[in-house]
Design a protein around this ligand. Structure first.
Ligand SMILES: NC(=O)c1ccc[n+]([C@@H]2O[C@H](COP(=O)([O-])OP(=O)(O)OC[C@H]3O[C@@H](n4cnc5c(N)ncnc54)[C@H](OP(=O)(O)O)[C@@H]3O)[C@@H](O)[C@H]2O)c1
Length: 333
């Protein structure tokens, strides 16, 4: 997207260190007119330049250095208590201008589904209370257009893939926290963009996404049990970020599904990764979800229909085989 097409003068990316937030920033640095402010749980100062800190992939940090002053980094920890969160938001506000057309892309979350189930109060603090507080702050203080990433975990997985207006029926604490913010936005900021996605992956060393988890385990020769009954259509973070900025740029509002072109069970996705990356497919151990003994229920027949996205943008994210083929050159054992 050319800089002149982007209708915002300021873009705030909450969670610029995650795979999606990072890719959004990578594309957004092309906008010469937009001020870019990103948050990381921690931010440090290196050679006078604020940079993200924390459990970052080396590639993310390298890019952050390359972008230099184009991206201003601020610390924002969603685990904070209310006074600490408000102090962090004050510091964030000091790096922004009022009266500018502002968008906020909220790409942070406590994404560990099992840990959310084990500690529902913690999940509620990070993914509901503090997330809503940041969204409200951006709405009230900057009149920001809000973008939030939700999930096919807002559905029960009885009859996927799901269209945008299917009724929500989350099975897990994590899924309920996503449904909570969807409802909060519908009631409090109806002109927001809610992007539902599923199985986000990318080649980003250090990231804990499914692709990187499989490559890390198999690099050590560790066979990995992978569910053979969870259907979804995983999406490349780069495609997700591109769709996000295009939808935002076209003033699209409401719910949009953004997911990959190939719907398959997780064990087949793992097998595809092994095949494309030239690894032993015997390292994939297909297993039924219920045999994994997990606390959180998963939507089994999941995934998202992307027809609305395709008719709006004229394209939709690529399928897994095509993306993996394009990424395999990055992998060195
Ligand atoms: N990954 C998926 O398959 C998937 C599917 C559906 C929806 N989504 C949603 O899409 C969004 C982006 O996901 P992703 O896969 O890009 O996530 P990711 O790579 O796991 O990154 C998560 C981001 O959240 C930040 N974060 C985590 N806990 C935090 C806290 N307590 N305070 C502040 N920041 C915190 C992380 O910061 P650090 O770098 O400091 O850890 C990181 O920037 C999330 O809302 C997620 O729920 C993801």
């Amino acid at each position: 997207m050319a800089a002149r097409e982007f209708p915002f003068q300021q873009l705030i990316v909450i969670g610029g260190t995650g795979q999606t937030g990072h890719r959004v920033l990578e594309l957004a640095v092309e906008f010469s007119n937009a001020r870019l402010v990103a948050t990381s749980r921690k931010a440090t100062v290196d050679s006078g330049c604020a940079l993200p800190d924390g459990p970052l992939a080396a590639t993310v940090m390298q890019d952050a250095k390359k972008w230099g002053a184009k991206v201003k980094w601020c610390a924002l920890d969603l685990e904070a208590d209310t006074p600490a969160l408000l102090r962090a938001l004050e510091l964030l506000a000091a790096n922004l201008m009022t009266g500018k057309r502002t968008a906020l892309v909220f790409a942070s979350a406590f994404t560990n589904v099992e840990a959310c189930e084990a500690d529902a109060r913690f999940c509620e603090r990070v993914n509901e209370r503090n997330t809503a507080a940041v969204l409200k702050w951006a709405r009230d203080r900057f009149g920001a257009t809000l973008v939030f990433f939700s999930s096919d975990y807002v559905f029960d997985g009885v009859a996927g893939p799901y269209v945008e207006n299917a009724p929500r029926a989350p099975l897990s604490v994590y899924g309920r926290s996503k449904a909570f913010i969807e409802e909060w936005l519908e009631n409090n900021a109806p002109a927001s963009l809610i992007i539902r996605t599923t199985g986000v992956y990318d080649y980003l060393p250090g990231s804990k996404n499914f692709l990187m988890q499989m490559l890390a385990a198999w690099g050590q020769g560790k066979p990995t049990p992978v569910p053979n009954d969870q259907l979804a259509n995983p999406v490349w973070a780069h495609d997700l970020a591109r769709a996000t900025l295009e939808l935002l740029g076209r003033s699209c509002r409401g719910v949009y599904n953004v997911a990959g072109a190939t719907r398959l069970v997780r064990a087949d996705f793992a097998g595809m990764i092994a095949k494309v990356f030239g690894l032993d497919s015997a390292l994939v151990q297909p297993i039924e979800t219920k045999a994994l003994g997990q606390k959180a229920l998963r939507p089994l027949d999941g995934g998202l229909v992307c027809d609305k996205l395709k008719s709006e943008l004229g394209w939709a994210p690529a399928g897994a085989a095509e993306v993996l083929e394009s990424l395999k050159w990055l992998y060195t054992r």
